[in-house]
Write a protein that binds this ligand. Structure first.
Ligand SMILES: NC(=O)c1ccc[n+]([C@@H]2O[C@H](COP(=O)([O-])OP(=O)(O)OC[C@H]3O[C@@H](n4cnc5c(N)ncnc54)[C@H](O)[C@@H]3O)[C@@H](O)[C@H]2O)c1
Ligand SMILES: [Fe+2]
Length: 383
């Protein structure tokens, strides 16, 4: 069966990338962001430019983390009332995913209405500015749904590192590990191919070189620019190859306990590498390994931790990921986070495992998990 690879989004990047906003063809725009973007003054990067070039705009600042269905409905109403010819999503994955869903649903309700969508990420994490995914939460059911539709992909993305300099260390850590997880899951996905692999490899290399630097100094322009680009590269990679069990399981932790998306991925990552590679700390060398082991070894080489053989290299890769978590003060287990009691967590493990198995991301994991195996992984994550 043939494959295809398309980039739907025009990407503006480099110094003063935001100046692109002075050249867009639009009369009226709706800026979609969270309240922090307004209170911190970040939104003025857009509004000042629009004021100067005479583009009228409204600001819809009702975005919340893990956007729920109700926010999509409210946003669609605001968009259809005003019918701006351009939507500008400014923020992290939550603002971008909400904007993508708003445009899609508004178009479904009024077939003649399809505004241009410009995505301006302010975290280096989700890559949502170039993907056809939007993750929407059903708070009542406690489930996160990854929606996938090619026509949700933003038309333009603007990557300007000035916008990420205000990201505090904890969010830099979480979102940066989201980038790392996107790139790794894309690389070992059963739908991976040479184009996605090239993008993922570069993203992994940049994470290895610049994530800790971004964490240590949030005003390090060079590191910030590199991580912002890595986030987009990883987004392009997984947009084509999809993700895996790591995300399938992380979505449930986000929906049930509101654990930040990147943090949930980061905590799971060492466990998922161990599960997929079938190499644990007691393993000895074998004559044959699952195919993903070779790919994990390439990832280890890219990060500079390849050594003696497959077993020692995979163990080194897992240790590397655990080190990254420790170095950036990301808890290694749910119990360490203190967000939920053991009883409450364990009571929800079965339902989470069921939802993770059904999650669209899990389908492309290199090892097909059973529900029982996912239950075991969730239990291991407790401590
Ligand atoms: N569409 C996709 O392809 C995709 C991929 C991965 C994750 N997601 C989804 O994206 C969401 C997570 O996105 P996220 O990790 O970017 O977080 P987020 O958008 O929820 O933002 C997290 C926090 O960071 C703050 N923030 C954002 N920019 C900031 C800045 N410049 N300075 C200081 N603070 C800032 C926000 O105000 C918020 O409090 C989840 O819902 C996740 O499921 C989507
Ligand atoms: Fe993610």
């Amino acid at each position: 069966m043939y494959k295809d690879f398309t980039v739907h989004t025009r990407i503006y990047f480099g110094e003063h990338a935001l100046d692109r906003l002075s050249n867009i063809e639009a009369e009226r725009a709706m800026i979609i962001c969270d309240p922090f973007i307004v209170s911190s003054g970040l939104v003025r990067h857009i509004t000042d430019r629009f004021d100067r070039c005479g583009i009228r705009y409204s600001v819809y600042s009702d975005v919340v983390p893990d956007p729920p269905v109700e926010k999509v409905i409210a946003g669609v109403k605001a968009a259809l009332d005003d019918k701006p010819d351009c939507l500008v999503a400014m923020g992290g994955g939550s603002a971008m995913d909400l904007s993508k869903s708003i445009r899609k649903m508004a178009e479904q309700l009024d077939g003649s209405y399809r505004p241009r969508l410009i995505a301006i990420p302010t975290t280096s994490g989700t890559g949502s500015e170039v993907t056809s995914f939007a993750v929407i939460t059903d708070n009542e059911k406690g489930v996160k749904y990854p929606l996938v539709a090619e026509d949700m992909t933003p038309d333009e993305a603007i990557l300007d590192e000035e916008l990420v300099k205000s990201v505090p260390p904890a969010i830099t850590a979480d979102t940066g590990m989201d980038v790392m997880t996107h790139a790794i899951e894309s690389y070992v996905s059963i739908d991976n191919h040479e184009f996605s692999a090239a993008l993922a490899e570069k993203a992994i290399e940049i994470c290895g070189q610049f994530l800790l630097r971004s964490y240590a100094d949030n005003r390090d322009s060079h590191a910030r620019r590199k991580m912002h680009i890595a986030s987009c590269l990883a987004g392009l990679a997984f947009n084509s190859s999809s993700l895996g069990l790591n995300h399938g399981m992380a979505h449930q932790l986000g929906a049930q306990f509101h654990i930040p998306h990147g943090r949930a991925n980061a905590m799971l990552l060492p466990h998922i590498i161990e599960f997929n590679s079938e190499i644990d700390k007691h393993s000895r060398s074998k004559t044959a390994y699952p195919p993903c082991v070779r790919k994990y070894c390439t990832i280890a080489r890219t990060l500079g931790v390849q050594n003696l053989n497959e077993v020692t290299t995979i163990r080194a890769l897992i240790a590397y990921m655990e080190f990254m978590l420790k170095e950036m003060n990301i808890p290694l287990s749910i119990s360490e986070m203190g967000v939920v009691s053991e009883g409450e967590y364990m009571a929800r493990v079965d339902a989470m495992a069921e939802a993770a198995l059904a999650d669209a991301c899990t389908a492309t994991n290199p090892r097909y998990p059973t529900k029982e195996e996912i239950v075991t992984l969730y239990r291991k994550l407790w401590k």
